[in-house]
Design a binder for this molecule. Structure first.
Ligand code: NAD
Length: 369
């Protein structure tokens, strides 16, 4: 098995912090992948990992993903992530999250946390009792609140960019769009798409959300396993990861895949290539679903909802166009093109190290300004 240092070297991590607080029972790992562009921001996941190694692998993988996501969205942020080892249904309490908050504070702003799978806004409010380096706080406390509407708006904008590139159209009017998963993001996405005049085909494993979307937006409901074969222009995955795989890709009849779900490609390179070979335009998930991250990045600077929504809408459209154009020019998958755009920005910003400036405080302002 690789040592921790070897694993860090492999993915290019700067720092890994093991947090062990016997008093509160906290066992957590914070991974800082890169602070080249700015403080490493990324959510705190709570999960009952089978082994400590599983927890380490997950936090290393997720934190590197955050570096690319922030870089490609043009944010002044690096990539980090934290995992708390434990059962989020049974082991959550105030002192556990306050203890985690103290470890975050100890990093003096090199890492900024947020909610993620297994943690909630309430948990982050406990974290906030110990540190200001936390985002995703409720609107009532001056935070940015639920990120789903802005994620949905960014995804809708990414769908428009995809349509422009693949179909040469400026509007979604009359286009058939299949939305898989009608949870927090899927519902708002349907709302935006309906407003744009799209015809919706929707599915969910639960009846309530499908009924609601059918009633409110005139969507046609289809069975969960029929979504891949649907005769539509665009398929928008908004539920599960790894849904673009050997079984599903051959079934697709659409010419665009553009949705909010994380980690859509089961095998990143192979399945991105499979989509390209079928001439299906794929909007890389971490570029199209960056609305939530853009939202919390705005929270760091003092939250303004209008500015955050505008930045997500315009920024995601432009980012995707850049990725699509690069993919066409270099004849590579959109997945590869996105990675190279993200890595180039990190590389470019790293050149700034040659120019001296007074130290920057982590909330984005120069100390002398
Ligand atoms: P959610 O849990 O609220 O919604 C997911 C929905 O998918 C649920 O309604 C669930 O019933 C449905 N679902 C599950 N399995 C399904 C299946 N096999 N077929 C059809 N429907 C199925 O989650 P969410 O917050 O809406 O996020 C959706 C996706 O977007 C996730 O992959 C998430 O990681 C990603 N994402 C969300 C945000 C955000 O702001 N919430 C930001 C970035 C990425």
């Amino acid at each position: 098995m690789l040592s921790v240092f070897q694993s860090m070297d492999n993915k290019g991590h700067e720092e890994v912090v093991y947090c062990n607080d016997k008093g509160t029972g906290l066992k957590a790992i914070i991974a800082i992948h890169s602070t080249t562009i700015g403080p490493a921001l990324g959510g705190c996941r709570m999960w009952n990992y089978e082994t400590e190694r599983d927890a380490l692998n997950d936090v290393l993988r997720l934190s590197r993903g955050m570096s690319y996501k922030a870089a490609i969205a043009g944010l002044n942020l690096g990539g980090g992530k934290a995992v708390i080892i434990g059962d989020s249904k049974k082991e959550k309490n105030e002192i556990l999250f306050r203890s985690f908050g103290r470890f975050v504070q100890g990093l003096a702003g090199r890492y900024i946390t947020a909610e993620d799978v297994g943690t909630s806004v309430k948990d982050m409010e406990w974290v906030r009792m110990e540190t200001s380096y936390v985002t995703g706080i409720s609107r009532a406390l001056g935070g940015s609140g639920d990120p789903s509407p802005v994620t949905a708006l960014g995804t809708c904008s990414g769908i428009k960019a995809s349509v422009k590139k693949q179909l040469g159209k400026d509007s979604l009017q009359g286009l058939k769009i299949a939305v898989q998963g009608l949870g927090q993001v899927g519902y708002y996405l349907c709302k935006y798409l309906h407003k744009e005049g799209a015809m919706l085909y929707v599915t969910d494993i639960h009846n309530e959300p499908t009924k609601r979307v059918a009633n409110e937006f005139g969507a046609k409901v289809i069975k969960p396993n029929e979504i891949y074969k649907a005769n539509v222009d665009i398929y928008a995955p908004c539920a599960l990861g790894a849904i673009l795989n050997d079984e599903t890709i051959p079934m697709l009849k659409c010419s665009i895949v553009a949705g909010a779900a994380n980690n859509q490609l089961k095998l990143e390179d192979a399945h991105a290539q499979m989509l390209k070979d079928r001439d299906i335009l794929y909007a890389p998930d971490y570029a199209i679903n960056a609305g939530g991250l853009i939202n919390v990045a705005n929270e760091i600077e003092g939250y303004n909802r209008e500015r955050a929504f505008k930045q997500a809408e315009e920024g995601i459209y432009d980012t995707l166009m850049t990725i699509f154009d690069k993919s066409e020019k270099d004849n590579v998958t959109t997945h590869k093109a996105a990675l190279s755009v993200a890595k180039k920005r990190i590389m470019d910003v790293s050149k700034l190290k040659n120019v001296y400036l007074p130290k920057k405080n982590v909330m984005g302002k120069r100390d002398n300004v």
